[in-house]
Design a protein around this ligand. Structure first.
Ligand SMILES: Nc1nc2c(ncn2[C@@H]2O[C@H](COP(=O)(O)OP(=O)(O)OP(=O)(O)O)[C@@H](O)[C@H]2O)c(=O)[nH]1
Ligand SMILES: [Mg+2]
Length: 495
């Protein structure tokens, strides 16, 4: 009897200890910073709008069967609260919802506009905790504070530049030019023809050449579908438009010079001038951006437009793979221990997601995820080695099509029903969005589950449709697997 009592008491002490430890851990973690990472057009803004709206409508209209807290009726909703940094613009949620409501355009709902500067959002998520101690302390209701930022994807690929010097960056640009981009760089290459590191070039000429380099970056993106385009502010300068810090460009052929010979060149030489501006860009533009916004995250989701890259062809596809590979080195990953977490924030859980899955029929989603994992094979190996918990998903933040079946000669075939964006609309927004929209029922093609080989590219033509968004008016957007992603990213903090 006595023994049983002491055993029970010991057990109770252990339980209370564990609960207290859990509670302390959760108490510290009741605030999460989530990095929504993705290149331009990957779907960050659509993802953020959907995430906020799914949480705000939890228990009301949102379909969140794969999020246990919502399924069990414990998720009580979310509210936007005052953000921590008042000097950063607010995330334009209202503008995004206005576009999607279709109330302000004669053509119907429109996708949120591409992001042109950084913005911030803080969300308080209300839930009923499951654990006894937490319930007692929090009087049945707990909150999780979620901090999010949105930014133009163009700026993201500047982060790896922090680890580069001017020579390394120049040689990387040279390699990229040789892989399918040369067509758009003729004018810039003609302008630097005959220039060597020891040339002297005046300010006006530098500005002209930098402007031709910027034209090349724009064309490689718009016409070629390339994504690894640096410096990102050349594409989207923000407040730096026309500033001399944006007037530099890579110098091919530096490999023919020894580092000593380059270092011995006069201050006014082309090499020294460009290298100075490159360093200034890194120190004054990229580092503060990184320091202020990208250093301290707890969780991350990397959004990748795999289908867009398949549409663009083999060279842009390789380009995407290389760009993503570099990008993972810009973030700090690792499991965090209780005390370490007070000093140092690391990403302790990662989601990678192929976006816009509503562009293909549901039986293709498995192949889309396999392809995503292959595209990221190298960084995933490094992350697994470091034991960073990660999961791959295929999602649509805002589902713009419906899965159907068509019967032809007695055979059933999967198909998608949706409205195609008008002729001039493309993937991004424009003034003509809405013109000539057409309702379609189609089979958009098969997604290869392995990295396509050269024959594959030669034989297959990918052509995934650009759908107009559904009308979203006062309810959560329809989605594909946003609930599974939310569970992976937040679920353990909603217990
Ligand atoms: N069908 C479909 N299209 C999507 C979805 N998410 C994004 N898109 C399309 O992709 C485009 C770009 O999405 P955004 O969310 O603006 O991408 P972003 O990553 O914020 O891009 P930047 O702001 O330029 O960095 C949208 O205008 C839509 O055309 C989705 O879930 N389904
Ligand atoms: Mg955006």
């Amino acid at each position: 009897m006595f023994n049983t009592m002491t055993r029970n008491a010991r057990q109770l002490a252990r339980d209370v200890g564990r609960e207290a430890h859990d509670l302390l851990e959760r108490g510290l973690d009741r605030q999460l910073r989530l990095a929504v990472t993705g290149l331009s057009g990957a779907g960050k803004t659509a993802f953020l709008v959907s995430l906020i709206e799914q949480l705000r409508h939890a228990g009301l209209g949102a379909r969140l069967e794969l999020l246990p807290a919502a399924r069990d009726g414990r998720l009580l909703g979310a509210e936007r609260v005052s953000q921590p940094d008042l000097s950063i613009p607010r995330f334009p949620l209202e503008a995004g919802l206005r576009s999607l409501s279709g109330q302000h355009s004669p053509h119907g709902p429109e996708w949120p506009t591409p992001t042109r500067s950084i913005s911030e959002l803080r969300l308080k998520i209300g839930f009923r905790p499951t654990s006894r101690a937490a319930r007692m302390l929090d009087s049945q209701r707990a909150t999780l504070t979620l901090d999010l930022i949105d930014y133009p994807g163009e700026w993201l690929l500047d982060l790896p530049m922090l680890e580069q010097d001017f020579s390394g960056w120049s040689s990387e640009c040279e390699t990229q030019l040789a892989d399918g981009r040369g067509d758009w760089a003729h004018d810039w290459m003609a302008a630097i023809e005959g220039l060597t590191p020891d040339s002297e070039v005046d300010e006006d000429r530098l500005a002209e050449i930098a402007s031709l380099y910027t034209d090349y970056l724009h064309a490689a993106r718009r016409k070629g579908g390339f994504v690894d385009l640096t410096p990102g502010r050349f594409l989207l300068p923000g407040e730096l438009d026309e500033a001399p810090v944006l007037q530099f460009f890579p110098l091919p052929g530096l490999g023919d010079w020894t580092p000593d010979a380059l270092a011995a060149l006069p201050e006014a030489s082309l090499y020294r001038t460009l290298a100075r501006r490159f360093d200034h860009y890194r120190r004054r533009v990229v580092r503060p951006f990184y320091h202020d916004h990208f250093r301290r995250f707890d969780r991350q989701i990397v959004l990748i437009d795999v289908l867009g890259a398949l549409n663009a062809g083999p060279a842009p596809f390789r380009d995407l793979s290389r760009a993503l590979d570099k990008l993972f080195d810009s973030f700090a990953y690792g499991r965090r221990h209780l005390l370490a977490r007070l000093m140092d924030r690391r990403i302790d859980r990662l989601a990678i997601a192929a976006t816009k899955a509503d562009h293909v029929t549901p039986e293709q989603h498995g192949a889309m995820r396999d392809l995503l994992e292959q595209l990221l094979a190298d960084p995933l190996k490094r992350l697994r080695y470091r034991d960073v918990p990660l999961k791959a998903f295929t999602i649509a933040a805002i589902r713009a099509s419906e899965a159907r079946e068509v019967v032809e000669n007695g055979q059933r075939h999967p198909a998608l029903a949706g409205q195609l964006l008008g002729e001039h609309e493309g993937a991004s927004n424009s003034d003509t969005q809405g013109a000539g929209r057409e309702s379609v029922l189609l089979f958009p093609g098969e997604v290869p589950s392995r990295l396509p080989d050269p024959n594959f590219w030669a034989e297959s033509r990918f052509d995934f449709p650009h759908f107009a968004p559904p009308k979203i008016d006062g309810n959560a957007p329809p989605h594909i697997r946003m609930d599974a992603v939310l569970d992976w990213l937040l679920g353990d903090h909603l217990k």
